[in-house]
Each structure stands twice: as C-alpha cells, then as structure tokens.
Design a protein around this ligand. Structure first.
Ligand code: GLN
Ligand code: ZN
Length: 764
C-alpha cells in the first residue's frame, strides 16, 4: 500500500488560538500552564483532524509556540549566555531569545531572525561557539509523540536534522575568527542519538528528520558530514525518513541516495523534474521514497490526475510498499482550512485547498495509487477533475489591454532621466533635508483602536466616511508627533493599511482575499496573503489621497509609501497558470502609475518597499539570473516614470547583501534603508567594499522587539556607520516599520534616534 503523509501542519490554530494565548501570556494575563493547555488543544485538533482525513503518517513535534528552530536551540541547550542568569523560567528564556526582554531590570535584545529558505517565514538563528555544550534540555518530539499517542493518534515525530541545524546557525560573537558551526557536528551527534533512542524506546516506528539544507548548493560541501551523521544516527534511531524540501537535490543526490536511511522525501512541487533521477538512484537501495506532490507552498487545489501520474512512475519501479504520497513540505505556509471561508464565491472556493483540504488530497492520492476501489475515493477524484477543468476555463480569460502593455515595455521606461549624482543635487534643493536626515520606514503603531475601527467598517458598524475621518485623525496625530520630536522626512504612518500587501491587493483587480487565511510570518505575527487569480490592473490611485492629506498638514516633506512589485508577488499566493514574471510586470505597471500620480500630487519622495526581493531569490545560484532578469526591471519600471526631483527610496528587511549586492545597486533607488542593527557592521563593509554610490539608511535599532535602544547606543551605531560610509550618503532610521510596536517604546526610541542624529550633525 502507498501510505499518505503530511510533513508538518500549521501551528497557529484554526482561529489563531496560539497567537492569542502566547500574547496573553506575554501580557501576564494567563499563566504558563494555561498557555500549555491552549497549545495542547490546538495540537489535539490538528492530530485528530489529520487522522479523520485518513492521513497515515501524521507529524508531531512540529508544533511551536514561536519558532521550530528556536525550539530546537532551546532543547539542545544552544542558549546564548546573555539570556541566562536573569532568574527567568526556561519558557521565559525561550521567549527572550525570540523577542528580547526588557522588564524588571532585565534588558536583552532578541536573537537574529532570518528568512526560512525562500519563504516569508522567519526563524531565529542559532548561535554557536567552540564552547557550545549541547545537552538535551527536553525532547519535544518525544513529548508530542506521547501526547498524541495518549489521544489515540500514532504519529511520525519530526526533528530538524543535525547538519541543517548547524548549517543554518551562525558563529556567536565570542567565537574565534574562522569558527564554523558545522565543526560542532561530532559534539552534537550524541545528543541527537539520545533524542532518537528515546523516541525508539517510546515505540516510534518512523522519525522524519528534516534536512532542507540538502536542496542548497552549499550542501555539496557537506557530503562527509552528512555521511558521518547518518551512519552514526541510524543504528540508534527509529526508521529515518530524511526530508528535503523547497527545491531539488541535484548533484547532492549522489551521496544522499547512499545514506543508510530508510526513507527519502523529495519536493515534486518545486522540483518535479528530479523524479526520474531520484527513482533511479534509490532503486537499488531499500529506501522508501516519499513524493512531495501536494504543494505545501501554495493554496491551489492539486491536480490529482497529474499527481497520480507522478506517483505511478514511482510505484511502477519501486512498488507500492516503497512509495509514500505526501505534501511537498510542511503545511506551515498554508492557512489551516477553507471551511471557515464564507465570503469567497462557491466558484472561487472550488479553486483552493488549504492545509486540511490538502491532507485529504494526499489521502486520495495514496488510496488511488494503492488501487483503492472505494466509492468515496472515486467520487473525490471525479470532483477534483471537474474543479480543475473549471479553473482552467477561468484562467483562459485574460485582460488584453494589460497583456499588450506588458508586451510593449521599452528599455527607456526602466531608467531614470539622469544619473544619481545629478538627481542628488536636484533633490537636495527640492527636499531641503539636513545632513544625516532622519526618517522612518513608513508604518507607525497599528493600535487596538485602528484595528477596531477597521473591524467596525468591515462589519458595517461605521460608514466609509466615518472610517476615513478616523484615519485622517490618525494621520494627523502621526504627522504632529513626527514634527514634535523633530524627524526630517515624514511619513503618514500607514494607518489605513491592514497589511502592506493586502492593502494593495484590495485596491487592485486580479486578487481575491480570505477571511481567515492566516499564515505565520514570525512568532505571533501572522499574515493573510492575498491570492492572485487573474491579470492585475489598477482601477485608480491607491494611496494618493492619504499621502496628499498628510502633506497638506505640514511644511516638512512627506514620503509616499508603496509596496514593490516583487514583494506583492512574493507575499501573495501567485497564480500557477502564468509566469511569475508576467504577474510581476503587471504589478509594476500599476505601481508605476501610482508613483507618477503621487509626484503629480506634490509628494517629493516615494518609498517602494522590496523586503521580499532577496527571499524571492531562487535557492540555487544557477536559477538566479533568470529571476533577476525580471525582478530588477520590475522595480525600475515601477519607479522610473518620474522627474529627477522625486527622491525614490526603497527598503529591505534583511542584512545578507553579500551575494546580491550588484542587484541592489542596479535598482538605482536614490535612498535605500536596510536592516543593520543586528548584523554588526559587516553589512556596511560590504557596501563600502563594492563602492555603493547612492544614499543609504542602515537601521540604527531593531524594531522587532519592544526594547528601547538608549541614546548612547544609537550614537555609537551612527558613529560606527560613519567610520565606514561617507557623511553625505547616510540617513538615520530604524530597521523597519513600526506597526507592531506600541506608542510608548516608539516615542522613546525615536526621540533617542533624533538626538543621536543631532549629535552627529554637531560632531561630524
Ligand atoms: N513600509 C512598511 C512599514 O513600515 C515596510 C514594512 C517592511 O519592510 N516589512 O511597515
Ligand atoms: Zn522592513
């Protein structure tokens, strides 16, 4: 029989129960026990509903209160010293690592977060040093395995593999130069052995060990480590299913197929072409092949006929017992269930599958591949065929005007009229900013009141006019606040935006929205990505009204605020029937029209955020060129329709610039702001080394945590930046937007920031 499997499940709860419980715990409103209970309820629902849907191999150990990599670090005792010795409970140490802690005399910043592969999920980066002492503080896989078992659900526990764990980490500050976390492999393996042996003793038949690093180019240098790790772990462990996802194994397959593991999972959603070579490579071995057919990354109903064809290829060579039908990756990136959506039309709803519906898809796939004659399976297949046919029919309708406009984009539409140095002089006069101008990244706190007003509008408890009055008051508050504390380049604060992507999706044609389609971005921050279903057009201005209102309140220059084409694309669920390039160019044209309209309305600076440019980079270097060939022009297309006097800004939320540096330069934004407060000065050195020529605002403090940076701390940062960057290029700003912060810490932090910039003007 072909077994069905799900690699991981959303851990937020169908109604965001985990967010609510975790935030209530942080606020001191519930106890640790109540938090544990809330988490247990969510896990129970996930396990039992997967079982009800007929999934044979159900994951456990994949739940998390914050982040699964952080769980792993805490479990393996990879806890930086700065979080210890404050008399905190292990749970509070854990949250302090994730989000920092500033209370009762404790003041520690959060650990660095990074994007998880090419997704919009962030993980907390483990920090290793020569003296890292691994020990098993707790065994989450075992605890959850037992927890599920007590509920009558037999699971396949999930563990992050040792090589990926180390390779995804970084050297701690105190580590010696040249220290590589992977050198700790011999030290960490005994702890893994213990973890796995405990699972085996508890009766687990299988364990899923995730090694997503295997789809990266860099894994080629880790062959020896992979071999030694798995040779050592296999004898102590339940049967190991080695899980790879988000990409293809490529040349790494040559050693992966020789590992002594019992199973191998491959991603056929992202990399369907690898199937034949993987089948050939595992054929002479006893390895069971898990086929990642049902996408863990999108929300489209799977085409089961196509999936069955893939599955049959494997079954015909390996036999049913050696094939598993699975999701391509964890379903962490998809919302929990379509069941709660009642605003989508029936026709629209029929296009999609969320996590629970995907679970049924793997069940039907596995049953069909096993030769099931069950009437329910047959009718599910027939219904799927019909749904797919209807969607194909809808997809054939396209908008001729926008298709033609994309086809006639010319190279001169991609470039500003004059080079940066010329623009810089024009803009200096036009904007009249002081040296080391201070600005923010766009959003100000999205308070309870703002969210309540939006909820009321959605429930029609207030009129559109009442809502807009409310938003205007918010904007006025934000403008006066910025004037009062002395910021130079102002923003309107984005109070009208539910989300930086959803807001634009709602203004554009071609998108549909869910009511409850939340996915985790980091910690307790979830997003609700819009879904692109057809060609994108801008029926009218999207932000001009708000930016011009804000500008009308002040003499200081106002910066318009847009989300870039690549980011809108990446943080939406894209269509699967046309290329990402086409979707991105359509978005870019819509934004271009918006930027031109903002300039016409008297706005002097416009920021087009592209925080997702980098995460959209394909995981394999060989695929970069084709991506950058449209991703970079799309930004330029969006921003180059204006005169020299308009100052274009762009913002990136990451600090890993080494490898995409030339691309950032090629965007030719007048000013970029980047995340820099947590990455030391390494990043600026990169900019200097490459001779970055445009203006740049490296974030001077981390906004992902409520901690307030001291004035001296910011001065020190600014001073260190000025050691590296020329004076005339530096802007002073936070790392990112302030929407997740409260007003209290926002005010305290920004006052310190403004003072630090004033100090720099006097001393430099
Ligand atoms: N302008 C957006 C904001 O300030 C940028 C957010 C982001 O980069 N993630 O919220
Ligand atoms: Zn950002």
């Amino acid at each position: 029989m072909v077994a069905s499997s799900v690699l991981g499940f959303p851990r937020i709860g169908a109604n965001r129960e985990v967010k609510k419980a975790v935030e209530a715990y942080w606020a001191g409103k519930i106890s640790a026990d109540e938090l544990t209970k809330a988490a247990a309820d969510v896990k129970k629902t996930s396990w039992t509903s997967l079982k009800e849907r007929g999934v044979a191999l159900i994951p456990s150990g994949d739940f998390s209160l914050y982040d699964h990599v952080l769980d792993h670090s805490a479990a393996f005792n990879v806890i930086p010293k700065r979080y210890l010795g404050h008399n905190l409970s292990p749970l509070d140490v854990y949250f302090a690592m994730g989000r920092g802690r500033q209370a009762d005399g404790v003041d520690v910043p959060a650990s660095e977060m990074k994007k998880w592969f090419d997704s919009n999920y962030h993980f907390v980066v483990p920090e290793f040093a020569e003296d890292t002492e691994f020990k098993l503080n707790f065994n989450k896989a075992l605890e959850e395995y037992n927890e599920a078992k007590a509920l009558g659900v037999v699971t396949r526990p999930v563990v992050l593999g040792p090589v990926s764990f180390l390779a995804l980490g970084k050297a701690a500050k105190e580590a010696k130069p040249g220290f590589e976390p992977i050198s700790l492999l011999p030290k960490v393996l005994p702890v893994y052995k213990q973890l796995l042996a405990d699972l085996k003793a508890a009766g687990a038949e299988w364990v899923q060990i995730d090694e997503p690093v295997l789809v990266l180019d860099s894994a080629a240098y880790l062959e020896k480590q992979y071999i030694s790790a798995y040779e050592e772990l296999v004898p102590a462990s339940p049967k190991i299913l080695l899980a790879t996802y988000y990409g293809r194994l490529d040349s790494n397959l040559s050693f992966v197929a020789k590992l002594p593991v019992a199973g191998l999972h491959i991603d056929l959603d992202r990399a369907p072409k690898q199937l034949d070579e993987v089948i050939a490579a595992v054929k002479p071995t006893p390895i069971v092949l898990s086929l990642g057919i049902v996408s863990g990354r999108n929300i489209w109903k799977a085409d089961l006929q196509a999936g069955i064809a893939l599955g049959q290829k494997a079954v015909s060579v390996l036999g049913q017992e050696r094939v598993i039908a699975a999701t391509s990756s964890s379903l962490l990136h998809t919302p929990v269930t379509l069941a709660a959506e009642n605003k989508l039309t029936a026709a629209q709803k029929d296009w999609f599958s969320f996590a629970l519906e995907k679970a049924s898809e793997v069940f039907v796939l596995a049953a069909t591949l096993s030769g099931s004659q069950d009437a329910n399976v047959a009718s599910a297949l027939a219904a799927n065929r019909e749904s797919i046919a209807k969607r194909r029919e809808f997809e054939r309708t396209s908008d001729d005007a926008v298709r033609k406009r994309v086809a006639s984009i010319t190279p001169d539409m991609l470039n500003r009229k004059s080079p940066f140095t010329v623009r810089k002089a024009v803009q200096a006069k036009y904007l009249d900013l002081p040296k080391f101008p201070t600005t923010t990244i766009g959003s100000f706190p999205q308070t309870k009141e703002i969210r309540a007003a939006r909820a009321k509008l959605n429930k029609k408890e207030i009129t559109q006019a009442e809502y807009e009055d409310f938003i205007k008051k918010e904007i006025e508050y934000v403008v006066r606040f910025q004037e009062r504390i002395g910021l130079d380049l102002l923003v309107h604060g984005e109070p009208e935006r539910n989300d930086m992507v959803q807001y634009f999706g709602e203004q554009l044609e071609g998108f549909v929205f869910t009511q409850n389609g939340w996915v985790q971005s980091y910690g307790s921050r979830y997003v609700r990505p819009p879904i692109i279903v057809s060609d994108v057009i801008r029926p009218g201005p999207m932000t001009v009204k708000w930016s011009s209102y804000a500008q009308s309140l002040t003499q200081k220059p106002m910066k318009g605020m847009l989300t870039g084409p690549v980011t809108i694309l990446n943080w939406s669920f894209p269509r699967a029937d046309v290329s990402r390039e086409l979707q991105c160019m359509q978005l870019a044209l819509a934004l271009r029209d918006e930027v031109v309209d903002l300039e016409k309305a008297g706005i002097k600076a416009v920021q087009v955020d592209e925080p997702a440019l980098r995460e959209g980079l394909p995981l394999r270097k060989a695929d970069w060129e084709p991506y950058l060939k449209w991703a970079l022009p799309s930004f330029k297309l969006a921003t180059a329709g204006v005169t020299d006097s308009l100052q274009t800004h762009s913002h990136f939320c990451y600090s890993d610039f080494d490898d995409i540096f030339p691309s950032i330069q090629a965007l030719d934004a007048d000013v970029i702001s980047i995340e820099a407060s947590k990455s030391d000065m390494k990043l600026l050195k990169t900019f200097k080394q490459y001779g970055y020529s445009n203006q740049i605002g490296p974030g001077v403090y981390d906004i992902h945590s409520p901690r307030v940076p001291g004035e001296q701390e910011i001065k020190d940062r600014v001073a260190a930046m000025l050691e590296i960057l020329p004076d005339e290029l530096l802007f002073v700003n936070p790392d990112c937007g302030l929407k997740t912060r409260g007003w209290k810490e926002t005010e305290a932090s920004l006052v310190n920031l403004v003072n630090a910039a004033r100090w720099a003007r006097q001393t430099h």
